[in-house]
Design a protein. Sequence first.
Length: 222
Amino acid sequence: MAEFTLVIGNKNYSSWSLRGWLMARIAGIEFEEIVIPLDLPETQAAIRKHSPSGRVPVLLHRGLAIWESLAIAEYLNDLKPEVNLWPPSAAARAHARSISSEMHAGFADLRAKMPMNIRASYPGKGMTPGVRADIERITGLWRDCRKRFSAAFDKDEGFLFGTFGAADAMYAPVVTRLRTYGVKVDKDTDAYCTAVLAHPAMKDWIDAAKHEPWLIAEYELA
């Protein structure tokens, strides 16, 4: 029996679940996975059995419930510092936490107008001035991280701080949105998105998302 349990929502739609799940995969822990389908009459009661906030993801470990993706990242970083969920240098680590917190708190237009739907393809849908501003801010952050920090590490695999870490996990759902909604991006941004989508953990999540049976009507924009 696994020492950890991670409670998540639908893999096709739940962007926050993806973030927490990627944190767990990066940390290399063995965990049992509980998927609770969202937007059903029984959903809220099922989540409340595990999560004090009534939301997913929540990581369960030795009697503790750790909810919210950033809290999961910090908890796993404390347990497994050797895996470098956050970059090893103080300057890069501070920057990674700053951009991750910005993702956690912001970009409401992008979230509302372009909900995560990995199975779908809706090119041209959802693009408003507010969404465009969010995307320009996010892709600018990505380019800045790549320019300022990636070359400083011994191993550069195309991610924001060299190797795949917590900051990449925080922005991974945005990468899927750019593909779903056919957003045209610059060459550097496209290279970063390709690297994220090719990561083995992302490929596993996307494959599972494509085979889920559940539908949430409000996220199906066709």
